[in-house]
Design a protein around this ligand. Sequence first.
Ligand code: NAD
Length: 484
Amino acid sequence: MKNLKDKNLFREAGLIGGEWVAAGSGRTIDVVDPATQVAIGTVPDMAGTEARAAIEAAASAYGSWKKKTNAERAGLLEAWHGLMLKHLDDLALILTTEQGKPLDEAKGEIRYGASFVKWFAEEARRINGHTIPSPTQDRRIIVLKEPVGVCGIITPWNFPNAMITRKVAPALAAGCTVVIKPSEFTPYSALALGVLAEQAGIPAGVINIVTGMPAEIGNEIMANETVRKISFTGSTHVGSLLMRGAADSVKRLSLELGGNAPFIIFDDADLDLAVEGALVSKFRNGGQTCVCANRILVQAGVYETFAAKLSARVNALTIGPGTQPGVAIGPMINMAAIEKINRHVEDALAKGAAIITEKPVLPEGRQYVAPMVLSGATTDMQLAGEETFGPVAPLFRFETEEEAIALANGTPYGLASYFYTENLKRAWRVGEALEFGMVGLNTGSVSMEVAPFGGVKLSGLGREGAQAGIEEYLEMKSFHMGGL
Ligand code: NAD
């Protein structure tokens, strides 16, 4: 790991009020490379005291950050964006080493993460209020947009760069200051972003980063009245816990939670396009994405053909460490992930599914799973009800459009959904019938900075990206001028 540690972007300390600091207790946690299970280094195991100090630092930076002109804040975000692209290779290497995804995908994530910084730098210049026609002649009414205040930003391990920039960029653009609690599995990507923010000239205290195990840090962020908003991406379980914890201090919340995406192939689909889309949607990041196809629903007339085409492509995927050229499937994040995937596959096999892909020789290391296609999946299987979060593509057979829609919507989650058809009328019918925050028609990807990203039902509250993304960090103030 010497190589990585030589890099200026690699920090093993938290960031509070512009100081790089250890935990008051002196405790640290190891950060492990999922490809080797060897510790890359340590980060401070901070707790409530450090979270409180970070919140205070964010509060004291807030007044002057909020007073900067929008153009000044935009300029600093532009500088941060430029540095992310300049250091793309180093950021990607840090990301792959702590998270496991193939290096090319990590580079894609850095570009995607940086795109939010650029987008919200531009949006900062367009935080426009509006005027309201007064019901009486002696009054004028205007609506001002103001920042929410100090925000708690809690992020997962599967996109350790982009899940931060998708929140921090709009927060900063709006005039908020932040305390980031990155996943304990992937803190180095967050800390590297902190180094670049400093280099960009973003003032001390505007971005604070508290590393460590989540419970005590989370409790402080939830309870502290100075924090006016929590933006969280992660599991539905932790999201609902944060919602309860934030209730006493009546904080605003954005919750980007789990999904259970259906991926529907109708018998009038372009099958080659559908196979490409399924590969992207299902196998990117080893299937560890909230928007990944969890249930692939295939109409009976094309079921066998689609299964054969997809299996051929899956058989050709290379498994190995993310830093190895040509690798498509890296290691899974940890052993708990492997156990869940194995449990889902064993349950499916016991209930009548069959693996129709070849069994590859897995590389050294315990955290690899063979990518596979399972035929004969049914709704009583665990993988139909929960996110598998791994490279397992279960194929469900359906006969009619009504059946497909009922199957697709038969989940309490509502994040992403996908369907393939060449029929225009069906495209509208199905697109409107799917109860999800995002629908992809003839595409396996639905995330980009220009469009609102988010879910309905158990998949969460609020939207990220697009124009909507900055509103999540703005309050409206009605300003009435009377006696005119
Ligand atoms: P997780 O919920 O276990 O952890 C997410 C974050 O919450 C981490 O930083 C973790 O340390 C923190 N956390 C855990 N317990 C906490 C507590 N008591 N108080 C405060 N913080 C706490 O999720 P994960 O395993 O890191 O990520 C995978 C999940 O994230 C999946 O369910 C996936 O679908 C979801 N996800 C959703 C989106 C989206 O945009 N909707 C994007 C990526 C991932």
